[in-house]
Design a protein around this ligand. Structure first.
Ligand SMILES: *Cc1c(COP(=O)(O)O)cnc(C)c1O
Length: 379
């Protein structure tokens, strides 16, 4: 099935009782049994919910995987993956990634004896250099938030396989429309469904997709035992979001490209981070593993003073100053003080995330209005 058809039909079948074309929101905590243990496969909604199951099936289909599991947030999905590990196990993670992932690793899981090592994953050899038989998981994000660095998923997957480690890819920035990590050899693909999958800035949710049944069963056990499940209404919203993912992503890509070049040609802009530029460090890999370059762009002004950065961030009228990304509306964000404030300053600066970096989530509004808005803000 071609992507456009798949995004609209994935996971959804007419409701068996009424024929409703949209999956109903099964707003129930429990299910009636006719005799003890005699039920229709549904016992308690932390373990089973039909709206959630429809979404989990859809997630698996759109990521070209066999099994999907959804969670109450993106970080809850990440949390479930790390709970596969035991004290003493090592994780090799990207040194440039979503601040909340870094916070979860360092502030929550380190104290349980899980060891995290951070490397620059733009070069897969950096992983090969430090991987050991204690390494149980490689965690990467591509493109990275917010520096738009690219990891070669197939190359990292090969290293992971060689050492019997799992590879989990946070695919939030690309979305399943632009990139499918399982096809490139990853074991698990993770999403903050809050972003492009939901697509309308009205829900918090996370998801995991995998091919291996034993891995699915372990993660399902963690999902129901730890309990970070999303409610049925949130599942409905993400199911609905997925139906327009391809149309939205096409426009995010078109608008993103126009704005990337607009910024690059602007005489007050010093540097633009966007993987679609032919001189981006890993352009060749981005072009190979992605079907487009998306609507996420970061940039720095030539005047990188705190005052000027703050002035521009506060001057846009269409771009709203807010955390998050991937919705239909354009957002502007200051990673150092907002989305990535949980990363210590010197750690951030060392990895290239400066105090003057500005991140855009380019929405699907009219491109002329978006460019005019940035022009009047940067002027
Ligand atoms: C937002 C985000 C997360 C966390 O997801 P939540 O839904 O906010 O918990 C993880 N990874 C990336 C790349 C994100 O942008």
């Amino acid at each position: 099935m071609k992507p456009a058809t798949k995004f609209i039909h994935a996971g959804v079948e007419p409701d068996p009782t009424t024929g409703a074309i949209m999956t109903p929101i099964y707003q129930t905590s429990t299910y009636v049994q006719t005799a003890p243990g005699n039920n229709k496969g549904y016992e308690y909604a932390r373990s089973q919910n039909p709206t959630r199951f429809a979404l989990e099936k859809a997630m698996a289909e759109i990521e070209n995987g066999k099994y999907g599991l959804v969670f109450s947030s993106g970080v809850a999905a990440t949390d479930a993956v790390i709970k596969l590990l035991s004290p003493g196990d090592e994780v090799i993670a990207a040194n440039d990634m979503y601040g909340g992932t870094y916070r979860l690793f360092t502030k929550v899981f380190e104290k349980f004896g899980i060891v995290f090592k951070y490397v620059n994953m733009q070069d897969a050899n950096n992983i090969a250099a430090i991987i050991s038989n204690k390494t149980k998981l490689i965690w990467t994000e591509t493109p990275t938030n917010p520096l738009m660095n690219i990891t070669d998923i197939a190359a990292v997957a090969a290293i992971a396989k060689q050492h019997n480690a799992l590879l989990c890819v946070d695919n939030t920035f690309a979305s399943p429309y632009l990139q499918n990590p399982l096809d490139l050899g990853a074991d698990i693909v993770m999403h903050s469904a809050t972003k492009y999958l939901g697509g309308h800035s009205d829900v918090i949710q996370g998801s995991l997709v995998m091919n291996d049944k034993a891995l699915r069963d372990e993660l399902y056990f963690i999902q129901k035992s730890c309990g970070a499940v999303p409610g049925p209404q949130d599942c409905f919203l993400v199911l609905r979001g997925i139906k327009t993912l391809h149309v939205r992503m096409q426009r995010h890509c078109e608008n993103g490209e126009r704005i990337a070049y607009f910024l690059r040609n602007h005489n007050r802009v010093a540097k633009v981070y966007w993987p679609g530029f032919e001189d981006h460090t890993n352009y060749a890999i981005a072009k190979k593993q992605m079907r487009g370059f998306g609507g996420m762009i970061s940039f720095e002004l030539k005047d990188d003073s705190a005052d000027e950065t703050r002035r521009v961030l506060s001057s846009t009228k269409v771009f709203a100053l807010a955390e998050s990304l991937g919705g239909v509306e354009s957002l502007i964000n200051h990673p150092a003080s907002m989305t990535h404030a949980s990363i210590p300053r010197e750690e951030r600066i060392k990895n290239g995330l400066t105090d003057s970096l500005i991140r855009l989530s380019v929405g699907i509004e009219d491109i002329d209005d978006l460019i005019e808005d940035l022009q009047q803000a940067i002027c």
